[in-house]
Design a protein around this ligand. Structure first.
Ligand code: PGA
Length: 265
């Protein structure tokens, strides 16, 4: 079974245009001439996207958008990014349903599924983020929370969509950007939730389909823990936020992730 493996630098709105261009140049330089058992991708902010696209052209670095409009055509949707715009620069992945979009911009499961479908229809793979909040965890309903988010995505997904047309990222909201404060799920806990998601996808589609869906983990992935997370059986890659802010710590995360993939259980 071969699943898509990818580690994405998710810069959110933390780097300016100049910083994004300079960081992407450093990433190209620091990753070239090395073998990576996964794809390396960068998700810059929309304003820096074109600049980063210019830098990575010709290098084996993939481009990832942080969001996309759910309508196929560009038009009167102020503040949004459209597929048409992304296609001009090349785009391999689009993050949809990130918890910060759900929390600060009131994005619903429905909206998120529509964004994912727009990406799929354009031949770009969405990375659907799902995750439990601190309250969910406290109340022991983490599985329920991610089950609901996953089901509502699959309800909208046409039967013709294949396992390679999308990826899922499990991101516990309580573990986002917390690695310095130590609130992190152990690798085993991440593995259990990923196995739960795979089983669920197997029930919705088929076990064979589920076996081929790529499941990423996101939440404080860093040089110190990427090996442990990537070594888990059902973890196929990562979304890296805070630790991708400097090229050095992103490369450290990639290197640790590579060890994890090599030692996968
Ligand atoms: P983090 O962010 O690595 O800073 O926790 C990950 C994310 O929000 O996708």
């Amino acid at each position: 079974m071969k699943r898509q493996r990818v580690i994405v630098a998710v810069w959110k709105e933390k780097l300016t245009f100049t910083q994004s261009v300079s960081a992407s140049k450093a990433i190209v330089r620091m990753t070239e001439k090395q073998e990576w058992p996964f794809e390396v991708a960068i998700a810059p902010n929309p304003f820096s996207y074109a600049g980063v696209a210019d830098v990575v052209r010709g290098a084996p670095i993939r481009l990832c958008s942080q969001n996309v409009l759910w309508k196929a055509e560009s038009g009167s949707y102020i503040g949004e990014t459209t597929i048409e715009m992304l296609l001009e620069f090349g785009c391999n992945y689009i993050i949809v349903g990130h918890s910060e979009r759900r929390l600060h911009f009131n994005e619903t499961n429905d909206m998120i599924a529509n964004r994912a479908l727009a990406a799929i229809n354009a031949g770009i793979r969405p990375i659907l983020c799902i995750g439990d909040t601190a309250e969910d965890k406290e109340a022991n309903r983490s599985r329920e929370a991610i089950t609901g988010q996953l089901r509502s995505f699959f309800e909208k997904l046409p039967g013709s969509v294949s396992h390679q047309d999308f990826l899922i990222a499990y991101e516990p909201v309580w573990a986002i950007s917390t690695w310095r404060s130590g609130k992190l799920p152990p690798g085993q806990e991440v593995q259990e939730l990923h196995a739960h998601l795979r089983e669920l996808i197997g029930e919705i589609r088929t076990p064979d389909f589920a076996d081929r869906v790529s499941l990423l983990y996101g939440g404080s992935v860093a040089p110190e823990n990427a090996e442990e997370y990537m070594a888990q059986k059902d973890v196929d890659g990562a979304l890296v936020g805070g630790a991708s802010k400097t090229p050095e710590s992103f490369i450290g995360t990639l290197q640790a992730g590579r060890l994890g993939f090599q030692n996968k259980v």
